[in-house]
Design a protein around this ligand. Sequence first.
Ligand SMILES: [Zn+2]
Length: 424
Amino acid sequence: MTTGPTRPPGRVGPVASGDRSGPPDGPLPTTRTTIGTTMANDDGMYPLRPGDRGAAVADVRAALRSLELLVPAPADGGETESETRYDEATELAVRHFQQVRGLTVDGHVGEETYRALSEARWSLGDRLLHHDPERPMRGDDVTNLQERLLELGYDAGRADGILGPETETGLRAFQRDYGLSADGQCGPATLRALRQLGRKVTGGRPQLLRQSALMVESGPHLIGRVIVLDPGHGGPETGVTAGETTEADLAFDLASRIEGSLAAAGATAYLTRGREQNPSPAERTAFANDARADLFLSLHMDAHDSEHARGVASYYYGTGSGASSTVGEQFAHLVRREVVARTGLIDLGGYPKTWDLLRMTRMPAVRLDCGYLSHEVDRRLLLDARLRGTVASAVLAAVQRLFLPAEADPPTGTFVLDRSSSSG
Ligand SMILES: [Zn+2]
């Protein structure tokens, strides 16, 4: 009963991606691109390097984009020849990917990097997972399966992304315990069971669950809390600009306002930089780590060539394959929704990222991109000091909500700090 419409074993490995028409869980997401189609043959195409052109480069770019390491193609000209060029942005994205994956960072796509890109594009549910002794299945979906089994207390071996005999044994044990046919194949029914159980343990690895528990136990007050605010850019690096006004200045103004509201609520708030400074990401994160901060919030505004781009986005640490910070994710959503509810800025959603700023901070860390200076309406709002005061109140409310027990959590946009109770 675990098997649905699946393809025969042996044709489902990452390299055989020309045949991806019938995945178990319905149509593939459109972002899941087929890097395998033109690069599957080990025929000496590697390595690809800056300056190269061709369909193989377009595939690499598409794979990087599906991992959100490369910005989306412009909606008007997605198929232009620039998509086939191994340009500077491609190289940067490849370097970033290599760094996150622990590969040699050279900016070239050799066989190892290609294989890792290929593995990274699989999400749990994309294909039927099973143990193939001849050619073990590899991918982020396998890692995710292993992590879930381990969370549930099954010995699935190390979460290394390779489906070996130990993982199969763990999977069969899980299936037996949950009344599924113990066939060692992870199909739709097994996935459903894993997902339902996953919800009960709130999707976290043990140390992340501990992190959540600590947050709740320490109560609703902000007294004793240390929050580090990180205004983006600074000094000679202005970020994006709107006439005379720079992102660096606006972020600094915003951070100062938030610092004031947090201090009024009894928290200790620090800024990572002075008005004229521009510390490196490593310095910013080291500052927060040294301060033993409970929370780290980086503040930016955005801009885009398209005058239509607008809205608020938030980012938290995560690879999109299960290894994410649950508290960071929670705060990323809270803060963005509070800002959206109070300002009328558009909600662009929250996303996992592996940026150094989010990865090297030891506490929950979030980056908020608060509006587009290139958009007429966003810009007018952001240049208004009252609006920035509203954003500061929204951030304060989100911080308060993060530290409140879940059952006491008020609806978004309504929470007002009671100053009389915060002074005690
Ligand atoms: Zn910025």
